[in-house]
Design a protein around this ligand. Structure first.
Ligand SMILES: [Ca+2]
Ligand SMILES: [Ca+2]
Length: 268
């Protein structure tokens, strides 16, 4: 019995000592798994600032001392949050750039290296309104706004058009926009261009045109109010804005008529 006891105790001590001196078990021998977060390969960025980011994971843990991020072989200041590494750069020249991110796990597996290219556009797009110019009179309340635009190196992505105090409306890459049934008064049209990188012209281009006030006694049907084509969604928004303006103008006309001799004077 005593011999069996000592044998068992010796075996237990051996197991404990062995477990204390053995190297840590590896979860695997694989390097970290990596994925590009930002910017995606081949996409355009604005030159003013560029963030690059990659996501890493590994069951052995990430060795942050091995982490490096570079743009065009220049090291970036990095941060590490929620398994994502972020680096920030400013003032990159226009054109193509190469990003590189690499890291190993805590057991020395790796490094895993991600290398990809992105592009930078630091030039603002240019837009000019070609019609209207000056302040033309729109007898029937209709006008086709027209403009030209250009951009390098990424190119024009879209234009936004606004009427008077209405919200800007994305009209796509077209260079004309028709308005119908504009109410009497002065109207302002603005066009803003956006390039593929997200830059816009520094100040919206503005044009002006005037719809004359209808003769007295013909206040309800002076302008056509008819569009040649079915309204796109953005045009409906503009027309709703115009409807509000028309109601305000109708109120002003009514107020003026009430000032005529024999009419009731408006209140203060
Ligand atoms: Ca690993
Ligand atoms: Ca540009």
């Amino acid at each position: 019995m005593r011999g069996g006891f000592f044998l068992g105790a010796s075996l237990l001590v051996f197991v404990l000592v062995a477990s204390m001196t053995a190297p840590p078990a590896r979860a695997d021998s694989n390097p970290p798994v990596a994925a590009i977060v930002y910017p995606l390969p081949g996409t355009w960025e604005r030159a003013s600032y560029v963030n690059i980011a990659a996501r890493f994971s590994d069951p052995d843990g990430i060795d942050l001392s091995s982490l490096s991020m570079k743009i065009d072989n220049m090291s970036l200041v990095m941060s590490w949050t929620n398994f994502e590494a972020w680096g920030h750069a400013e003032g990159l020249a226009e054109g193509a750039h190469t990003a590189e991110v690499k890291v190993s796990d805590n057991l020395g597996n790796g490094p895993t290296v991600l290398t990809w290219s992105f592009l930078v556009d630091g030039t603002l797009p240019v837009v000019d309104i070609t019609y209207p110019t000056g302040d033309p009179v729109l007898e029937d309340g209709s006008i086709t706004l027209a403009w030209t635009g250009s951009d390098v190196p990424s190119g024009i992505d879209r234009y936004e058009v606004s009427l008077d105090d209405g919200p800007p409306v994305d009209v796509g890459a077209v260079t004309t926009c028709s308005f119908h049934a504009l109410p009497p008064g002065v109207h302002y049209f603005e066009v803003t261009a956006y390039d593929v990188a997200g830059n816009s012209n520094s100040a919206p281009r503005r044009a002006v045109a005037t719809v004359p006030t209808p003769p007295m006694g013909n206040t309800t049907n002076y302008y056509t109010g008819v569009a040649a084509d079915p309204f796109p969604a953005w045009a409906i928004v503009l027309i709703m804005v115009n409807a509000v303006e028309a109601a305000a103008i109708a109120w002003v006309v009514l107020r003026q008529r009430r000032r005529t001799p024999g009419g009731e004077k408006p209140g203060p």
